[in-house]
Design a protein around this ligand. Structure first.
Ligand SMILES: NC(=O)c1ccc[n+]([C@@H]2O[C@H](COP(=O)([O-])OP(=O)(O)OC[C@H]3O[C@@H](n4cnc5c(N)ncnc54)[C@H](O)[C@@H]3O)[C@@H](O)[C@H]2O)c1
Ligand SMILES: O=P(O)(O)OC[C@H](O)CO
Length: 393
């Protein structure tokens, strides 16, 4: 696979599919569907239908936004994908009704992505085994603290298609003592599917609203890059594929630590110069951390890709980690209280990553090499005052 391959162009998916009468078993003949431009030939599906089947495990704000894109592309490229895209919804009663029923009847995820019309071929499904049945392309996008529970279900014999491929859009890392692992690697190890990574400057609501943005996919093979580009690329969601799975994964994880620092800066009322300094130092620590602990990762993933510099910028100016850290610096309330107060059920990821990275660096005796990461941990967990953030950087 070329180091930098750009997805085949796909038609404008910003069209509204809401008028489509799509049942859960879609039978509309392809002839009435908007035809795709000449698609790159995708690797063949192992299913008798000759089509790939996509499913999405996760239905939070990002899970729903990504599932929307995947379902729209599956509909457009119905000659290559089953139209139905199942999305795992951890069942919850919302206003007296199961969330899956609300989504399948109104095509709105009123709990996690309100006001965004979801395509009718996106089917909310409460049971994991039904979601992944016959799926050849599995998107993992649950908040990272819940991934192990999900994998425990999926690794049971016969649950996943033996030739399924996966991609992780989860931002975080798995740490055990002196070992650190990306979620793409963890998924591959637990369920045996080749796993790519997707990460970029992708605040979910802006993506779901069709505002132009980019993302990076890190793929272990050329076939994976073709498949995942076809699943996700859209004129307002530009996919760039690279081979650096680790770099793409670490970019999305580590930027959340720096975003906390950016929030502290905002909470302290400091200006753009200080935030710019924090971003520069943060990008440097992100890059050096990945190069030090993940052999083969690429510096360019951080300097040139959406998964690096762009995601850092968007998160440090508009993300939830920044927002909660600002509140922390202003009020001193614990992060779990702030998460419940500000995020309306969504999950903060940066504080867990700050702790996991601290524990890993301490085990490796390398905390001194990453002063910004260490300061964020000490402020978040050890009572260091936020104003100490910039001291000694
Ligand atoms: N929200 C964004 O803007 C955004 C953008 C890019 C990447 N991400 C990343 O995507 C991943 C998923 O985040 P999100 O925004 O979709 O979720 P979210 O933050 O909206 O969290 C809500 C989700 O958590 C699930 N959940 C809550 N408790 C659970 C439990 N006990 N077990 C299993 N699931 C539970 C809910 O069912 C819901 O699907 C995260 O790693 C996040 O960093 C988020
Ligand atoms: O809201 P955050 O801080 O979790 O960031 C959201 C996305 O990861 C930005 O790319």
């Amino acid at each position: 696979m070329s180091a930098q391959s750009t997805a085949p162009s796909t038609p404008d998916v910003t069209k509204d599919f809401s008028d489509l009468e799509i049942s859960s078993t879609v039978t509309t003949p392809a002839a009435t569907r908007p035809s795709s431009p000449i698609p790159a030939a995708l690797p063949p599906s192992p299913l008798a239908s000759g089509k790939h089947k996509i499913c999405v495990i996760g239905s939070g704000s990002w899970g729903s936004a990504l599932a929307k894109i995947a379902a729209e592309n599956a509909w457009k490229r119905n000659d290559e994908f089953h139209s139905e895209v199942r999305m795992w919804v951890r069942e919850k009663i919302v206003n007296g009704k199961p969330l899956t029923h609300i989504i399948n009847r109104t095509h709105l995820n009123s709990r996690y992505l309100p006001d965004i019309k979801l395509p009718k071929n996106l089917v909310a499904t409460p049971h994991l085994k039904d979601v992944v049945k016959d799926a050849t392309l599995i998107v993992f996008v649950v908040p990272h603290q819940f991934l192990h529970t999900v994998l425990g279900e999926l690794r049971k014999p016969g649950v996943l298609h033996p030739q399924a491929r996966a991609i992780s859009a989860i931002k975080g890392v798995e740490v055990n003592g002196t070992d650190i692992e990306t979620f793409a690697s963890l998924i591959e190890g637990k369920v045996g599917t080749p796993c790519s990574a997707l990460s970029g400057a992708n605040i979910a609501l802006e993506v779901a609203m069709g505002q132009f943005c980019e993302t990076t996919i890190g793929c272990p093979s050329h076939e994976d890059s073709l498949l995942w580009s076809a699943v996700f690329h859209a004129p307002t969601f530009r996919v760039n594929a690279v081979e650096d799975v680790n770099g793409v994964s670490l970019g999305g994880a580590l930027k959340n630590i720096v975003a906390l620092a950016a929030g502290f800066v905002d909470g302290l009322g400091l200006g753009g110069n200080t935030k710019a300094a924090i971003l520069r130092i943060g990008l440097s620590e992100m890059t050096e951390f990945c190069l030090e602990f993940f052999e083969g990762s690429q510096r360019e993933t951080f300097s040139n890709e959406s998964a690096g510099i762009a995601d850092l910028i968007t998160t440090c100016y508009g993300g939830r980690n920044r927002k909660c850290a600002e509140e922390f610096a202003k009020t001193g309330q614990p992060f779990d209280v702030i998460e419940k107060k500000l995020l309306n059920g969504q999950k903060l990821q940066g504080t867990a990553t700050a702790e996991e990275v601290h524990n890993f660096l301490r085990a490796r005796k390398r905390t001194h090499a990453y002063p910004l990461f260490e300061k964020v941990y000490q402020i978040s967990y050890e009572g260091l005052p936020p104003k100490a953030l910039v001291q000694g950087l």
